[in-house]
Design a protein around this ligand. Sequence first.
Ligand code: FEO
Length: 171
Amino acid sequence: MDKKIEKAFNEHLNAEFYSSYLYLSMANYFAYHNLEGMAQWMRVQVEEERIHGMKFIDFINDRGGRVVLEQIDQPKTDWASPLDAFRDAYEHECHISKRINQLVDLAIKDNDHAANTFLQWFVSEQVEEEAAAQAIVGKLELVKDNSMGLLMIDQQLGTRTLAAPAAGAAE
Ligand code: FEO
């Protein structure tokens, strides 16, 4: 595979594993504050991000490229409130969306149709990722400091489970 795309994909898979690490940090923040439902929601997100990273690894390997794992930065460990944490999650997803769009630009510029097709799954996924985080931010803004409202949201988020991958999918 083209060296520029190989390098950019390697950098991006690091960003996906960083996302996993960031959400694991948020999960532990919620667990510490007895918000087990939010912790569960984040733990599912941890797995989703790991799967995203693995998809990039599989693609690079399938194309005869070389995967190079680099150091993963330490994530933030504390937040002012659940709303603060979910706002960070939303902003992080917007950042990841920008990165994906830049990869698409690079694939198009390089005429790499396989990379472009591969990335389209992530373009759609990012719409969902941003929407999911934004919806929770919206609910948390509604309840503000109301403990009962917060506990209800926590309970609802605790029902999240990891969706089973489709048969034969690389997930
Ligand atoms: Fe892998 Fe949440 O983007």
